[in-house]
Design a protein around this ligand. Sequence first.
Ligand code: NAP
Length: 276
Amino acid sequence: MTDEIPLAGVIGNPIGHSRSPRLHRHWLERHGIAGDYIPLHVQEEHLDEVVRALPKMGFVGVNITIPHKVSVMRLADQISDRAILIGAANTLIFRRDGKIHADNTDGYGFLANLRAGAPDWRPDVGPVAVLGAGGAARAVIESLLAAGATEILLANRTRPKAEALKSDFGARIRVVDWVQAGNIIEDAATIVNTTSLGMTGAAELRVPLDGLHPGQVVTDLVYNPLETRLLAEARAAGCVTVDGLGMLLHQAVPAFERWFGVRPEVDDAVRAAVLE
Ligand code: NAP
C-alpha cells in the first residue's frame, strides 16, 4: 500500500468545457488506478506559480490548453523535438528528479486518429489540403511532414500566418489564397480542416465543396458537432471521413501512459464516456 495518489489535470482559461476529465477518469477507473484528473482554471499571471506548485501536491503532470500552450514552454527544463517544432506544448510531465518535461501530442493524436479511421490512408499518395494556420495546424503539419507527406497545400484566411508556417516548415508546403480553398479541396488526396469554422457557436465553413470526390480522405478537427458540414458533404460525395473526436482521444494516450504507467485503449467505451 502507498499513500501516493497520482493526480493529473488540465490547465486552461476557460476550462469548464474540457472533455479531458471524463476521458482520463474513464481510463483511471478502467485500469483500477486510484488517481484523479482535475480541470484547473488558471489565469496567465498565475501560470508559473501554479505549475511549480503542482508536483508538491502529488501531480504527475498536466495537459495545457488555450491560452497557455505557447507560454508554458518557458517553464520546461526539457522540451521534446516535436514540441519545439510546433512551438507549443499540450502536455507536461513532472519527473521524479523535479524537472519539467514538455511535449506536444496533438500531431500524434491527429495521425493516430486518421490511421484508425482510414486504415488505407497514405501520406504520400497526393497533396494534403490543410485549411487554417493556427496552433492546431502547426501540430497537424508537423505530423504530416514527419509521416512523409510530399506536398501540403495550405490555405488560411490571414495569408501571412500561412506564409509563416511555410517559412518554419519548409519547401513541401505551398501556400494558396483562402479564396482558392475550393480548388485545393478538389486537387488533394487528403483534406484537413484545422480552422474553428463549423464548430457549434462559430461561423460555418463556407468554402466550395463541390470538388469533393470518391477516393479522398477528409477529416475535421472540429468535433462539436461530430459531423460537420465538411464531413457530411464529404460522406455524401463518397469520401472516407474521419471525425475530430478521435484526435482528442488519441492525443491523450501518450500522456496517460507517461503519467500513470499504463497505455490505454481508444475504443467505443471511451468515446461514449467522453460524449456522455
Ligand atoms: P487558433 O490558433 O485560434 O486558429 C484558428 C484558425 O481558424 C485560424 O486558421 C483562423 O484563421 C481560422 N478561422 C477562425 N475564424 C475564421 C473565419 N471566420 N474565417 C476563416 N478562418 C477562420 O485555434 P486552434 O488551436 O488552431 O484550433 C482550431 C480548431 O481546432 C478549434 O476548433 C479547436 O477546437 C480544434 N482542435 C481540435 C483538436 C482535437 O483534438 N480534435 C485539437 C486541437 C484543436 P486566421 O488565421 O485568419 O484567424
